[in-house]
Design a protein around this ligand. Structure first.
Ligand SMILES: *Cc1c(COP(=O)(O)O)cnc(C)c1O
Length: 394
């Protein structure tokens, strides 16, 4: 008989673009008994998850819950429900996740108008406005708040008011932003937003929190034709997550326990404290990176605190260095995507992973691995610069 080994994955320090490290309390929550998806105990958890998500999304939106699936399932839910055939959809594209939005919108029958910007730079809001002005009847403006492929932090505060002036709705990808930086759905008048469980929230991958404004729901309820996706049809899912409790699909029970506990941890910490923690660790990491003689790749003034894009120096073997970090330091950082493959590393400090000891570990590990490949580095400079940043911030 063939035998298969027991699972033995290493407990890594996850400093890539996601997943990030999971708090032990979240892992423990996942061991809770699996009950039926309409069990009164589970229904209570569902109601609390909706309340917790409204706190984290900073919204009063009734329609706020986790879709079963990863972040991309949240994206499909938003697009499939908002788009009808030949709707004009304007998409800001300055990285892999803007590309993904444009691709998905096109597949769902939209007439996609791309507003492209160089990878590593923001999409200028003026250019988004010009596209809204030029469209005949713009239905939707879609942007990525935190472009994880480049480390760019897109300004989004004004987009809601701007899009509404042209009669369009706004959809925002907050997959890498929720739980790391402010996501203020109501104040910014964002009509639809999706995120994931495994980056800033700090649970394993598997759920996609979404929220829809009343304006978005009116548009969805007035659809001429049914949503093109059966699985992601909000009119049916909302009857399971709402008071009807009508079976649609079996909710992933243990994943919902996980996100419940992860959200509880966020609310205990407090959003402001959490954003401050991400900013402080980012400042220290970035100071260390620069002190080491490396370059940050994203546009100055628009760099994400939760994800630093770092240029791979000339003469350094990208894959070998990442392999070395994994073997010697048990540490994962991310590679570049698409046109940035081999050109940048992506160092994430998201959720549970955003910790001072992780900043020190990754700086130390990079110094060692770069020196081993022959780069001349003043050993200790990065750690000193990071330390100084923390001490000055006190
Ligand atoms: C990770 C990510 C996604 C995709 O999420 P999955 O959970 O991998 O499906 C979408 N958008 C952004 C900005 C991301 O960082």
């Amino acid at each position: 008989m063939i035998s298969f080994p027991e699972l033995q994955p290493s407990a890594r320090v996850l400093l890539g673009p996601g997943p990030s490290n999971v708090h032990p309390r979240v892992m423990k929550a996942m061991l809770s008994p699996v009950v039926g998806h309409l069990d009164p105990d589970f229904v209570r958890v569902m109601e609390d998850i909706k309340k917790l998500l409204r706190i984290v999304f900073q919204t009063d939106n009734e329609i706020t819950f986790p879709v079963s699936g990863t972040g991309s399932a949240g994206m499909e839910t938003a697009l499939a429900n908002l788009i009808e055939d030949d709707d004009e959809v304007i998409v800001g594209v300055n990285g892999a996740f803007g590309e993904r939005l444009a691709d998905a919108a096109h597949r769902l029958g939209a007439k996609v108008c791309r507003v492209d910007a160089e990878w590593g730079r923001i999409v200028e809001p003026d250019r988004l406005e010009a596209a809204l002005r030029q469209a005949r009847r713009p239905k939707l403006l879609a942007v990525v708040q935190a472009e994880t492929s480049t480390g760019v932090y897109q300004p989004v505060e004004e987009l809601g008011v701007m899009a509404h002036r042209y009669g369009a709705l706004v959809l925002m990808d907050a997959v890498t932003s929720l739980g790391c930086v402010p996501v203020e759905i109501d104040r910014w008048q964002i009509d639809a937003c999706y995120s994931c469980s495994q980056k800033g929230i700090g649970a394993p991958p598997g759920l996609a929190p979404v929220t829809f404004s009343e304006r978005a729901m009116q548009t969805i309820r007035a659809r001429k034709r049914k949503c093109r996706s059966w699985y992601f049809d909000l009119s049916m899912i909302e009857r399971y997550w709402g008071p009807d409790r009508l079976y649609h699909h079996t909710a992933p029970i243990s994943m919902n326990y996980a996100i419940y506990e992860a959200l509880r941890i966020i609310v205990e910490e407090g959003l402001e404290a959490r954003f401050k923690r991400h900013a402080a660790n980012a400042a220290a990491l970035q100071a260390g990176i620069v002190a080491m003689g490396l370059e940050l790749a994203a546009q100055p003034g628009h760099r994400l605190p939760q994800l630093a894009a770092v240029r791979v120096p000339d003469g350094i073997d990208d894959a070998r260095l990442r392999g070395e970090l994994l073997r010697t330091f048990n540490l994962e950082i991310g590679a570049g995507l698409g046109p940035l493959k081999g050109k940048i590393w992506r160092i994430g400090l998201m959720g549970e992973s955003s910790r001072r000891e992780n900043v020190m570990l990754v700086l130390n590990a990079l110094e060692a691995a770069l020196s081993a490949q022959g780069m001349e580095i003043a050993r200790g400079a990065a750690l000193m610069a990071a330390d100084k940043t923390y001490n000055n911030a006190r």
